[in-house]
Every structure is written in structure tokens, then in C-alpha cells.
Design a protein around this ligand. Structure first.
Ligand SMILES: NC(=O)c1ccc[n+]([C@@H]2O[C@H](COP(=O)([O-])OP(=O)(O)OC[C@H]3O[C@@H](n4cnc5c(N)ncnc54)[C@H](O)[C@@H]3O)[C@@H](O)[C@H]2O)c1
Length: 248
């Protein structure tokens, strides 16, 4: 592999103030990319940029808001002089609630961020990538989007949507040299787990044949593969990172 396979590439990673996104942004920067972090947590994004160093950029924006997304992408493209890689990573898990008790506001919030946010950011990216006839998009789905986790309907549905959105957009982008893929991780050790009930974390960990949580760095390594020229025949795919949990 090239010593710096992403040298000269310009990347946006959403939700990279912490957790998996932080590890992805760090890895892309190590591999030569200039990275912009778009996160609703502006303080965390600035802290992450200071840790990553180089010429990283922090932008505060809510990915579920159309105007904020378009403004943030315009700012990155202006400052970087282009955009080659988008990683749709920002997402929330929502409440631990069965459907019969679920409030509409909770449903809407998760779908707005996880699914509409992925669409809005992807749209902003491909509007720039189509004329240059190149680019890659990697989105964070989840194993729950393939299986459906009880008490996590909005989350599971949003991630199923991300998988289908990936396959749809990949087909639309074939003629423009833009590849679109997603990942389906099982449980990964990140601050997202702090917002989940302890017994839920224990249950979901017990479903992983390897018997452990995944690490953000392991997800980042797979994102690197999909974002680099090592995966030029891969588009419309959903890659599992599940310690053996995924069976299809
Ligand atoms: N941790 C897991 O077990 C796991 C498993 C499968 C998939 N995922 C997915 O991976 C992605 C990252 O998860 P994580 O575990 O690092 O989560 P996390 O909660 O640790 O980090 C999520 C980041 O997204 C940001 N964010 C949230 N809402 C936002 C919004 N509206 N606009 C912009 N930024 C926003 C947060 O500020 C935070 O920095 C998510 O899409 C998640 O669904 C996580």
C-alpha cells in the first residue's frame, strides 16, 4: 500500500468530535488527507482538530438542518479548494423504548439525524463531486439496520435506510466515478454506549461471537480501505464489522 494513500485528498467526517468519527478523522489525516470535522458539538470538534493537528478544520453544524449542511460544505470546499471524501458518521441512538410506548418526537429526531442527515450531507457532497467526476462516500449504518434491534426501532430503521440509500446513490453515481459504500458495525466501544442502558450493552455484547466490543480504530481501518484506491471495484456495498455477529 502507498505510504500515504490519501495524500492530497480533502475529506469531511461528520460527528468526529468524539468516538468512531474521531478515530476515522485521525486515521484519514495520518494517511495524508486534509480533514474537516462537522459536528453539532463545536467545542468537541475544535478539541478534536487540535488533537489531529495538521490543517484540520472544525465546523459547528447540525446535519439534520438543510441550511446548516449546505453552509458547512460550502465553507469546507472554499477553504480546502475541493472535496474528495465524505464520511457520514454522525448519528444518535435514541431512547430505549418499545414501539407501543414510542413518542413521535423521538422517532422524528433519530430519523432526522441518522437518515435525513446522511441524505443532506451526501447531496451537498455529490453536487460538488459530479462535475469533477470523482469522489467517495462512506456512511455509518449498523448491524441493527440488517437485523432490527428490539426497543430500538427508530435507530434500526434509520440504519436500514442508510444501507438502502447507499445502494441507491451508488447506482446513480456510477457514471460520475463516485463510489458510495457503508459499514455495518456491531457494538463499538465509544461514548455512544454511555447513552444506553447497561443491560442493553451487555445483551448486545453477548450477541458478538468474538465476545468483545469493537474498537473505533478497527472501524477507521475499514473506512480507510473504502475511502482509498484500494477499493476501486467496490460500490453499493455494506461491509460488516461485527466480530462474527453478521450472518448475511
Ligand atoms: N458505537 C456503536 O456501537 C455503533 C455501532 C454501529 C454503528 N454506530 C454508528 O457509528 C456512528 C458514530 O457512533 P459513535 O459510537 O462514535 O457515537 P458518539 O455518540 O460517540 O459520537 C457521535 C458524534 O456525532 C455528533 N452528532 C450527533 N448528532 C449530530 C448532529 N445532528 N449533527 C452533527 N453531529 C452530530 C455528536 O456530537 C458526536 O460527536 C453513528 O452513526 C452510530 O450510529 C455506532
Amino acid at each position: 500500500m502507498d505510504p500515504q494513500p490519501l495524500k492530497g485528498r480533502k475529506a469531511i467526517v461528520t460527528g468526529a468530535a468524539r468516538g468512531i468519527g474521531h478515530a476515522i478523522a485521525q486515521r484519514l489525516a495520518i494517511e495524508g488527507a486534509r480533514v474537516a470535522i462537522i459536528d453539532v458539538d463545536g467545542t468537541g470538534a475544535s478539541r478534536a482538530v487540535a488533537e489531529i493537528g495538521g490543517h484540520a478544520l472544525a465546523i459547528t453544524a447540525d446535519i439534520s438542518q438543510e441550511e446548516e449542511v449546505d453552509r458547512a460544505f460550502a465553507q469546507v470546499i472554499d477553504e480546502f479548494g475541493g472535496l474528495d471524501i465524505l464520511v457520514n458518521n454522525a448519528g444518535i441512538v435514541g431512547t430505549d423504548t418499545p414501539v407501543h410506548d414510542l413518542q413521535v418526537a423521538d422517532w422524528d429526531r433519530v430519523l432526522d439525524i441518522n437518515l435525513k442527515g446522511t441524505y443532506l450531507c451526501s447531496r451537498a457532497a455529490v453536487r460538488h463531486m459530479i462535475p469533477q467526476k470523482s469522489g467517495v462516500i462512506v456512511s455509518m449504518a449498523s448491524i441493527s439496520g440488517k437485523e432490527g434491534n428490539a426497543n430500538m426501532a427508530p435507530y434500526s430503521v434509520s440504519k436500514a435506510g442508510v444501507i438502502c440509500f447507499t445502494k441507491t446513490l451508488a447506482k446513480e453515481m456510477l457514471d460520475y466515478g463516485i463510489r458510495v459504500n457503508c459499514l455495518a458495525p456491531a457494538l463499538i466501544n465509544s461514548p455512544l454506549l454511555d447513552g444506553m442502558e447497561a443491560d442493553r450493552v451487555e445483551f448486545l455484547t453477548s450477541k458478538i461471537p468474538m465476545g468483545r466490543l469493537g474498537r473505533p480504530e478497527e472501524v477507521a481501518a475499514t473506512v480507510l480501505f473504502l475511502a482509498s484506491d484500494e477499493s476501486t471495484f467496490t460500490t453499493g456495498a455494506c461491509l460488516d464489522i461485527s466480530g462474527g455477529r453478521a450472518t448475511y
